[in-house]
Design a protein around this ligand. Structure first.
Ligand code: ADP
Length: 926
């Protein structure tokens, strides 16, 4: 035990010791005069400095003084001298070996026997060693003193009776007493529980050391918890104890404990983990709050005993849990188990239970403790995750689209079967590839910027139509939707592509495009075909256009004759291949095969060599180099009229459905064009025939009427003569017969005249000249004067025009219509109205009457020669009048018709085209 007073005395001892050895050390001595100059140095001095007396005398010795001490040395010396006092001075003097030694120089004034001041006498001792020891001791002392005074731990020093003989400030603070109050007290003055001090003190002194923790009760009653270490006999009979106040540490620890318990509870709550203990010896079960929460129970009720606890376990899991716990106890092993529990409302929760065992000293399990964690949500999440993973797997495997997972740098990592099938690769083959290797280079250029953007996170996904290469190099058109999957840090883990095969759609688009082009071309060809009404031109146009459109080697039109033979009548052939124009292609085997088989439908042979034709047929095809053949029947009025052949000679050719469709439509157009042309041909024939027969008829009529007139006149003359001269000689019957002959001869004459007139309309027509219709009307009215007056008829006309016409024929036309209007009168006096009105490019005339009218079903027939609706007895006539009228109108380029109903009168209309200038004549007749 170190005690500072002890330290002080030890120091004293040491100084004493140094001083006691003074005699043994040679003293360096010197003498100086009143002028301060040294006059003597003893031998010891000279030995010490290693210099001569001469060197040292006067102020010479100062050369050996340490420069730092010189000033101090001189000053002390001077000031002492001035008042003639003794002095003590420390300075360092250089020894003969060069080392500075510290000297204690003591100077005393010197007096002559007379008592006058004679200077100083001095003696020096080397105190270098003493100084060092003294310094060390002083430092130690100061340090200990400092420590003792300032250390935060309390230090008390006790004597053999345990009474405090020295205490530091920290001890005063700890005990709440001043140094004086504390000194002389013992530890028993401060312990709460009294104990056998003597015995304890004894034991301490024997052991030499004691440490522990105790609670001090201070004199004011407050408590302090301390940790202490006591050491016996630190110095003889001195026992030192260091005490540390840990009251606040204790408190803090308690608080910390409370706090960490609160934290634990909070953590348990957050993590849904509760902790429990099961003391097997007492059967006591302890639950943390969270266990109560998990089980849906009130903590105030306390944890249930084990048997009740088992009832809280889902019935299906009860046995396994019970068994697991039993095994853990029996085998002393920890366990963990996922099981279900039932909450009071019967809702089921999933928990993860963990248990550990504690053993007693005999190695028996005495305690189980562990945790229970609510994993319902986690289970749900797991199930949801599993479900979602399963769903993804299902989608991946069964989606009708290709799905591809690739690394951010494009290596294919996972591929579904659909994608493999799309590209016709195996999964393993694709896994070895990068997406760039299966992408069309042109599309890669457009896709790469997207990939860059998506990797940078500028876009979330992109869509693109692109081309992939299949294994055999063929192209697959696809629609790609690509997105990326990122980790929590936002880094792209992989890219997910969904690929839809759109080849068919693309094909369809191309087809539509081609179809549109074909339709346009078809329209053009049809137009050209229709432009002509000549069959040869139509056929030639067709084959030429078709050959160009289909880029075929040869297109021919084969005309089939009614006798089943036929001939190539039109052809367009590229120069490399021979012409078949004019050839008769159908031989025996050809005829059988084709005509029946190919009449109705288009037939396409992509390769005739593979078509299974008869050898003779094949031979014929080879003769013209035909390799691929398209045959289109051309029908006219449902009968085969001919065939279009499209030949590819250079190589086989697959005819696509658009080409076939195009030909089908073209065949229809061709049929129509041909039908029209044929119709025209027929019509031309008919009209030529008609003109010829008309001419013949006119010739006949003229000849007949001319030649018949003469004998008829003779016949009539003689019949008249007979009647006049011999009328008395015949009986009544004879007279009547002669009368008949006369009548019929006259009728015959009229007929012949009419016929002659009819035949003259075409043959003897005048040139057209300006004709005043009003004048014509007047002529006719004058000619019919008798009939008009006999019938009491009224014949009027409106304003009639001047026309370019044949006046004689116009007179005949009006006469025929007006005479009929009077003749076919009803019981009413005839009223006949003639009118004319200008229409676009022509004049429309009407002749209306109030006569018997005509049944509408006969209105067409009456204009045909010899057609009459009445007998001679009813109305006389020849049935030629309206035929002549029609012919005259026709000659003038107009039309004639009648509108009527029986008993309603009739109105005859005719038109005369307006040739040159024509206008109303400005006259009116009544
Ligand atoms: P026909 O010499 O018999 O009069 P047409 O050629 O002049 O010969 O007339 C042909 C037929 O048309 C007549 O037989 C008559 O039945 C009918 N017909 C002509 N004009 C009239 C009319 N104005 N009213 C009624 N019937 C008429």
């Amino acid at each position: 035990m170190i005690e500072h007073k002890q330290v002080k005395s030890a120091l004293q001892d040491s100084v004493e010791h140094c001083c006691s050895g003074r005699e043994s050390i040679p003293t360096l001595q010197w003498i100086s005069g009143t002028d301060t100059l040294h006059t003597f140095f003893n031998q010891s001095w000279l030995d010490f400095t290693g210099r001569t007396l001469e060197q040292e005398l006067g102020n010479g010795w100062l050369e050996g003084v340490h420069p730092e001490d010189l000033q101090h040395c001189l000053e002390t010396y001077q000031s002492a001298l001035s008042c003639r006092q003794s002095f003590q001075l420390e300075y360092r003097l250089k020894r003969s070996d060069g080392e500075y030694r510290r000297l204690l120089d003591t100077g005393r004034p010197r007096y002559t026997p007379s008592g006058s001041f004679a200077g100083y006498t001095g003696s020096c001792i080397d105190i270098s060693d003493r100084q060092q020891t003294e310094d060390a001791l002083r430092h130690n002392q100061l340090f200990l003193q400092f420590l003792f005074q300032n250390v935060l731990d309390a230090i008390v020093v006790a004597d053999d009776q345990g009474r405090y003989v020295d205490v530091n400030p920290a001890a005063c603070k700890l005990f709440g007493l001043s140094e004086e109050e504390l000194l002389g007290r013992r530890i028993t003055d401060f312990t709460e529980h009294k104990f056998n001090f003597k015995q304890t003190w004894q034991a301490f002194q024997e052991q030499g050391k004691h440490c522990g923790e105790l609670t001090l009760r201070r004199l004011d009653g407050t408590l302090r918890v301390v940790e202490y270490t006591s050491t016996a006999n630190v110095l003889p009979h001195r026992h030192l104890t260091v005490l540390r106040d840990i009251t606040f540490v204790e408190l803090a620890q308690q608080k910390q404990l409370q706090r960490s318990e609160a934290h634990l509870a909070e953590a348990q709550k957050i993590a849904h983990i509760g902790s429990w203990e099961f003391d097997l010896t007492t059967g006591a079960i302890t639950w943390s709050d969270e266990v109560f929460r998990i089980f849906g129970l009130d903590p105030a009720q306390g944890a249930p005993p084990y048997s009740e606890y088992l009832q809280l376990i889902h019935p299906d899991d009860r046995e396994i849990l019970s068994h697991t716990v039993q095994t853990a106890i029996a085998q002393g092993k920890s366990y963990q188990l996922d099981h279900r529990i039932l909450q009071p409302d019967n809702s089921i929760r999933q928990v993860n239970g963990r248990g550990q065992v504690n053993f007693n000293s005999q190695g028996q399990v005495v305690r189980l403790f562990g945790t229970v964690m609510d994993i319902t949500e986690r289970k749900h999440a797991q199930e949801a995750l599993q479900e979602s993973e399963e769903r993804f797997r299902q989608v991946f495997a069964q989606a009708p689209i290709g799905i591809v997972l690739s690394t951010p740098d494009g290596k294919l990592r996972q591929i579904n079967q659909v994608f493999c099938q799309m590209l016709d690769y195996t999964e393993a083959e694709l896994m070895a590839l990068n997406f760039t290797e299966i992408t069309h280079p042109e599309d890669l250029t457009s896709e790469l910027p997207y990939i860059e953007q998506i990797l940078k996170g500028e876009i979330c996904s992109y869509q693109l139509e692109k081309r992939y290469f299949q294994k055999n190099g063929a192209i697959l058109f696809a629609h790609l939707t690509c997105g990326v999957v990122r980790d929590l840090q936002g880094n792209v883990i992989y890219a997910l592509g969904m690929v839809k095969d759109i080849t068919e759609r693309k094909q369809a688009e191309q087809d539509i495009h081609r179809q549109t082009r074909y339709q346009k071309l078809l329209a053009e060809i049809s137009l050209r075909i229709r432009e002509s009404l000549q069959i040869e031109v139509i056929l030639q146009t067709t084959v030429t256009q078709l050959q160009q459109l289909l880029q075929a080697d040869r297109v021919i039109f084969y005309r089939l004759w009614p006798n089943c033979s036929g001939q190539v009548v039109a052809e367009a052939v590229v120069p490399e291949w021979s012409s078949t124009l004019g050839r008769v292609l159908i031989d025996q085997c050809f005829e059988d095969k084709y005509l029946k088989q190919y009449q109705q439908e288009i037939h396409a042979w992509s390769d005739v060599e593979q078509a299974g034709f008869q050898p003779c047929h094949l031979e014929m095809l080879r003769q013209f180099g035909i390799r691929s053949d398209l045959i289109v029947p051309i029908l006219l009025k449902d009968k085969i009229w001919g065939m279009l052949f499209v030949h590819q000679c250079s190589a086989p050719r697959q005819w696509n459905k658009f080409e076939i469709d195009l030909l089908r439509q073209l065949a229809d157009q061709l049929s129509i064009a041909l039908a029209q042309a044929e119709l025209l041909e027929q019509e031309t024939c008919y009209s030529q025939e008609l003109a010829r027969s008309n001419a013949e008829l006119e010739q006949f009529a003229y000849v007949a009427s001319h030649d018949l007139q003469e004998p008829l006149r003779t016949l009539a003359s003689y019949a008249k003569l007979l009647s006049r001269r011999y009328s008395g000689q015949f009986d009544q019957k004879g007279n009547r017969f002669i009368q008949y002959i006369l009548e019929e001869a006259l009728r015959m004459q009229a007929l012949i005249n009419d016929l002659l007139r009819y035949s003259r309309v075409g043959r003897q027509g005048q040139n057209f000249a300006p004709t005043d219709c009003a004048a014509v009307f007047d002529i006719v009215v004058r000619r019919l004067e008798e009939a008009i007056s006999n019938n009491g008829a009224t014949v009027t006309c409106g304003e009639l025009p001047m026309l370019m016409a044949d006046e004689t024929q116009l007179v005949q036309l009006f006469q025929n219509l007006l005479s009929n209007a009077i003749k076919y009168r009803s019981s009413q006096p005839p009223v006949v109205q003639v009118a004319a009105q200008r229409q676009e490019g022509e004049w429309l005339f009407s002749v209306g009457d109030n006569g018997i009218g005509i049944d509408p079903q006969y209105t067409g027939r009456i204009f045909v020669i010899f057609q009459r609706l009445h007998t001679q007895e009813e109305y006389s006539g020849t049935g030629i009048g309206l035929a002549i009228a029609a012919k005259i109108v026709e000659r003038h380029g107009g039309r004639i018709w009648v509108e009527s109903a029986l008993g309603q009168g009739a109105t005859f209309y005719f038109t005369i085209p307006q040739l040159g200038v024509s206008a109303f004549s400005g006259r009116e007749s009544g």
